[in-house]
Design a protein around this ligand. Sequence first.
Ligand code: ZN
Length: 128
Amino acid sequence: MAGSGKTNRGLERERRTVAAMIRIYCRDRHRTRGELCAECRRLHDYAMGRLDRCPFGEDKPTCAQCPVHCYQPALRERIREVMRYAGPRMLWRHPWLAICHLLEGRKPAPSSVPRKRQVASSEADRSE
Ligand SMILES: [Zn+2]
């Protein structure tokens, strides 16, 4: 990281968190080892690019809470799926990152209105 004089700790952590989540997701869902599949690599690169451009910089909320939805809808759906899958699993592999992520995600109290669960046309969701 040469060039940039400022360090964004929050941003850096978010970056690592997102990267770790995509890795977990890809490994479990796509049976990859060490390397991301092409699809997940694209998502990863895209997410990193978005973080670079995040207007909040240091004060960035976690993406889940972010009021600026800077992701393309399709990729946004995918990253949400990744986070939903990998989020709980992060506790095992990267407890510190996961806890930071959870704490930050808690900052703003969301309205108590339960959001209707989105049902994709054919959601093959295993009951957990
Ligand atoms: Zn993958």
